[in-house]
Design a binder for this molecule. Structure first.
Ligand code: G6P
Length: 604
């Protein structure tokens, strides 16, 4: 799973390749590399492990390159070490690959019999050797790439250079996104639109089983029969945004604080005095949503946690039945679609492979409609879904998702209100609750000093338990995920009532138990569950607006502001984000780029 960028040009492209690669770092940062050729068509390749900035010192050897392909890697097959870093070479052929070649072991042994030797442990290296082998036979790159992809099983986006084709990049894709950018006297390949935006807004998404030949002056797209395909050039509406830390130490911290203006802005954009504005999910959507009896939510990670809250909200206020599935499961399950079922995919990036393939599957089933809730315009998910809601929360840089989560929750709250209209007259009251978010949110940031102090108690822990009930359960899941992701402390989340069915065995005087306890009709039950922890001398950390006595110093109460129950999930996650941030700071981890993770997981 990785990011690909390439430029076919006659001018120097070294810096552009490096800058473009930086924009794709969210796809992985285990290692990175660039292959480029100069006017004499000599190929030079540089590689570095770790974040892309580690390539910087090696860039001098690329001073003269005009055309190049670049790659940032998230390791799937083979450790994150130099030999496994892309581009992979086979004599005069250099390739970069995103995806997984499922039959690489068979292909490797076939190539070994033909005397190809392998320098890496990756699945990708077979591609360079296969293209080389086919090129030796045909002396034609178009044919070589086509016959190579015919025997590949799995998913791929490939960028390739051959020194016999000066200033030329070849590309192919199936199941992994790739776009072709059309510039002035230079053309591009990229995993998404962001690295090309500073040069051009014109692009063509390459579809599955399509191929491209790119030179500085021409882009030709062809199919597996070598037939030229004429495709419409799209024009992006996105701007090349520069993200800066604006005085914060980390993007995660900045993004936690951005939640206030974003939610305020979303409120003014979509919420009227006592009603949600008409058709906020697109033209005619109020009518479409009125006709829904069931909803299937599909998402991954943090976005999946948002869907769990939505399921509870919608089922609470309507008679609509909802399911929420993680995308990696949805794809492989038999799905029963009843009439009037809406499919909703949720994704910050719109590039998560599992979510994309779930949507592709859904488009073939009998859903009445598909809606994507996404933060990135012109992403693969938004291109595929029939209805699209763009959250416009601005680029989220930190791998641990924060502002995307609360924006997703806000969007899903709007969805809940719109579809609950025909079930009773509650819109006015719910809208009043929405307006309270911006009133209350400031007081959450004021908790940071206390949270910072509490974070010391987690620093040396290896395990933690998170509890919640009702809509606080997905918040416990999300809070546990945040802690795991950036502090590397094991965190498991449970429905508080489930504790006694097993996890309680883990509780002793060293075990921190974090609980989200808004003062609602469930609070009494959660308090009983907490009593079970306290009876075993567990350390409790309770986020609550309920007045509960602090019995001893094993109980830590984080005093939350009073808030309507409806908006509690949006507010309770914010101090939990701050808690994991401060624990991570104490543990001195790389907060924005935690080990082994990537912002967007583009392989299945
Ligand atoms: C990765 C990220 C998570 C994110 C998940 C889904 O695993 O590290 O933070 O929640 O992907 O991403 P998406 O872009 O689809 O919301």
């Amino acid at each position: 799973m990785c990011g690909i960028f390439g430029i076919a040009s006659t001018k120097s492209t070294r810096n552009k390749l490096y800058q473009g690669l930086m924009k794709l770092e969210y796809r992985g940062y285990d290692s990175s590399g660039i292959s480029g050729s100069d006017i004499s068509s000599k190929l030079t390749t540089i590689k570095a492990t770790g974040p892309i900035k580690n390539l910087r010192t090696k860039l001098t050897s690329l001073t003269r390159i005009t055309t190049g392909i670049a790659h940032t890697r998230w390791a799937t097959h083979g450790e994150a070490i130099l030999k496994n870093t892309h581009p992979h070479l086979s004599e005069n052929i250099s390739i970069v690959h995103n995806g997984i070649i499922e039959n690489y072991i068979e292909l490797k042994s076939l190539l070994k019999k033909k005397r190809y030797s392998f320098k890496s442990d990756t699945d990708s290296e077979v591609i360079s050797h296969l293209i080389h082998m086919n090129y030796k036979k045909t002396k034609n790159m178009e044919s070589s790439i086509i016959s190579t992809t015919k025997i590949l099983k799995g998913s791929y986006a490939i960028g390739c250079m051959n020194t016999n084709y000066p200033n030329t990049i070849f590309a192919a894709c199936k199941g992994s996104p790739l776009i072709i950018g059309k510039g002035v006297n230079e053309n591009f390949i990229a995993s998404d639109i962001t690295p090309i935006l500073s040069d051009t807004k014109h692009y063509i998404p390459l579809d599955d089983n399509e191929f491209a030949k790119i030179t500085p002056s021409k882009v030709s797209i062809f199919n597996a029969n070598k037939k030229i395909i004429i495709k419409k050039v799209k024009t992006s509406k996105m701007n090349s945004e520069q993200s800066s830390l604006s005085g914060h130490k980390h993007f995660m911290h900045k993004e936690i604080y951005e939640q206030k203006p974003i939610l305020k802005e979303m409120t003014s954009r979509y919420v009227g005095t006592n009603k949600i504005l008409p058709n906020i999910f697109g033209p005619g959507t109020d009518k479409i949503l009125e006709n829904i009896d069931h909803i299937h939510f599909v998402a991954c990670g943090t976005s999946y946690h948002a869907s769990l809250v939505a399921k509870d909200w919608i089922e609470e206020y309507t008679t609509i039945t909802c399911t929420a599935e993680v995308a990696s499961e949805y794809k492989y399950k038999k799905i029963n679609v009843l009439p009037k079922t809406l499919f909703v995919s949720i994704s910050q990036s719109g590039e998560t492979a599992d979510t994309i393939s779930s949507l592709k599957k859904a488009l073939k089933l009998k859903y009445s409609n598909t809606l994507a809730i996404c933060n990135v315009a012109e992403s693969t998910l938004t291109r595929l879904s029939k209805l699209v809601f763009l959250m416009n929360a601005g680029p989220e840089i930190s791998v641990a998702s924060t502002k995307a989560f609360t924006s997703q929750l806000f969007t899903l709250l709007l969805l809940t209100i719109v579809i609950s209209r025909k079930f009773g007259n509650i819109e006015n009251r719910m809208v009043k609750d929405i307006y309270k978010i911006s009133e209350i949110i400031d007081s959450l940031y004021k908790l940071e000093t206390d949270i910072k102090k509490i974070s010391t108690k987690f620093k040396n822990k290896e395990h933690t338990i998170f509890l919640g009930k009702g809509t606080s359960y997905p918040i416990a899941l999300e809070a546990a995920l945040k802690l795991k992701e950036i502090s590397y402390i094991h965190a498991s989340a449970y429905h508080s009532g489930e504790l006694k069915h097993g996890p309680l065995a883990l509780v002793d005087k060293k075990m921190p138990v974090v609980c989200f306890l808004p003062d609602n009709h469930l609070a009494r039950l959660v308090l009983s569950n907490l009593a079970e922890v306290e009876a075993r001398q567990g350390q409790t950390f309770i986020f609550t607006n309920k007045k509960i006595p602090k019995k001893n110093n094993k109980v830590e109460i984080i005093k939350m502001p009073d808030c309507p129950d409806l908006i509690a999930p949006i507010l309770y996650i914010i101090p939990a984000q701050l808690l994991s941030y401060h624990v991570a700071l104490r543990k001195k981890t790389d907060v924005d780029k935690p080990r082994n993770l990537a912002k967007s997981v583009t392989v299945e």
